[in-house]
Design a protein around this ligand. Structure first.
Ligand SMILES: *Cc1c(COP(=O)(O)O)cnc(C)c1O
Length: 370
């Protein structure tokens, strides 16, 4: 069986060394020494000012929204994990959907200004599959209309723009270290910002708003444990290997799948990409479904991600987003993870190629027989 992703588990001896330290410290949660060590190492690795390790990205988004005093209408896109939209709804904000750019799959910045009203307080958008949004244009718009900018950077660990971490943009970014992401700490995430005041506020808010045993502001529990930090510390040195391997596998897919009319997300030349996902865009939903079916018959499980487009949730319906709806019907993430082999990629691509050829034969047969 091949799943869309497979969490990397470090050699158990490596994890045991950290467990040993947890037992020696006799400290298991509430911002212990391993959490602190992980935060410092992440700050160095990412070259950002403040990394605050938290329980998960979703809570991180909610804390960031409250810390940045975002309320009312927030510009976002419907082509993301439902957690992005849920974080806004959970904090009583109103998501205002702007469609995506069909090439980058991130928010279409040319459509943002038309969606801004006097109730808009922020732009909260996702670096989709790790491909950065047009951060410079978003910064300009935010400057003109005095809006906060929060990024959902769940997919963007290790991504750089002009050689600098993508997490340097916006007021604050929430990142996910969930088991299915490129870099994981089982469950977990981080709030990242270069703003000292915001960093301090996010820290307090994720600890019930308590400072020196006294509640100072409204908070929640967003803390993470020494055990999760231990997994994060084990996996961090491997990130360059994860990226290099997933790059190799992505290139192997592209080589095998060339000439088949599939389209890919376009990533600009100034981006150091992290190869966290391998999304392919089929010419039609029918083509996607038939390929998905034949892969599943072979115990290969790709994922429709993101599907559906979230402008039409059962609990929140909003504007029509034609590009987001169209892409979400046609995009499929193929298996991609560190321990996948090039031979497995060839196998998966081979199944897709033969199915696509068979579909083409059926189609030309039916056309020529009319
Ligand atoms: C995975 C994901 C999240 C949620 O992350 P958790 O750490 O599981 O809360 C949020 N946004 C996006 C874009 C994601 O892919």
């Amino acid at each position: 069986m091949i799943n869309v992703s497979k969490p990397y588990l470090p050699p158990i001896d490596e994890y045991n060394k950290y467990l040993q330290r947890i037992w020696e410290n006799n400290w298991i949660t509430n911002h212990g020494p391993l959490v602190t060590e992980l935060e410092r190492k992440l700050e160095d690795y990412l070259e950002v000012k403040h990394v605050h390790f938290i329980s998960n990205c979703t809570t991180g988004l909610q804390i960031a929204i409250n810390a940045a005093e975002v309320s009312d209408e927030v510009i976002t896109s419907a082509f993301s994990h439902v957690a992005t939209i849920n974080a806004l709804l959970w904090t009583n904000c109103t998501p205002v959907f702007v469609d995506i750019d069909p090439k980058s799959l991130c928010i279409d910045t040319s459509a943002i200004e038309a969606a801004i009203t006097d109730k808009t307080t922020a732009i909260l958008v996702t670096h989709v599959y790790g491909n950065p949004c047009d951060v410079k244009r978003i910064e300009e718009i935010a400057g003109t209309y005095n809006l906060k900018v929060i990024y959902d950077g769940a997919h963007a660990f290790g991504v750089k723009i002009d050689g600098r971490s993508v997490f340097n943009y916006g007021d604050v970014t929430a990142v996910s270290f969930h088991a299915t992401k490129l870099y994981h700490s089982v469950e977990g995430g981080a709030i990242i910002t270069n703003d000292d005041h915001l960093a301090q506020k996010c820290r307090l808010m994720s600890n019930f708003g308590i400072s020196q045993n006294t509640p100072e502001m409204l908070g929640i529990n967003g803390k993470n444990t020494e055990f999760h930090a231990a997994m994060g510390l084990c996996n961090l040195p491997k990130v360059p290997d994860f990226i290099a391997k997933q790059r190799l596998l992505s290139e192997a897919y592209k080589k095998q799948l060339s000439r088949f009319g599939l389209r890919y997300q376009e990533i600009a030349a100034n981006i150091d990409y992290n190869y966290s996902y391998f999304p392919v865009i089929f010419p039609s939903e029918a083509a996607l479904l038939s390929v998905k079916e034949v892969l599943e018959e072979n115990a290969i499980y790709p994922r429709r991600y993101f599907y559906p487009s979230y402008n039409d949730l059962p609990y929140y319906k909003s504007a029509y987003c034609p590009v987001s709806e169209d892409i979400s019907k046609r995009v499929l993430c193929l298996p991609l993870y560190y321990e996948l082999s090039v031979d497995e990629v060839k196998l998966i691509a081979g199944i897709i190629v033969s199915k696509t050829n068979a579909l083409k034969r059926v189609r030309s047969y039916s056309i020529s027989s009319i």
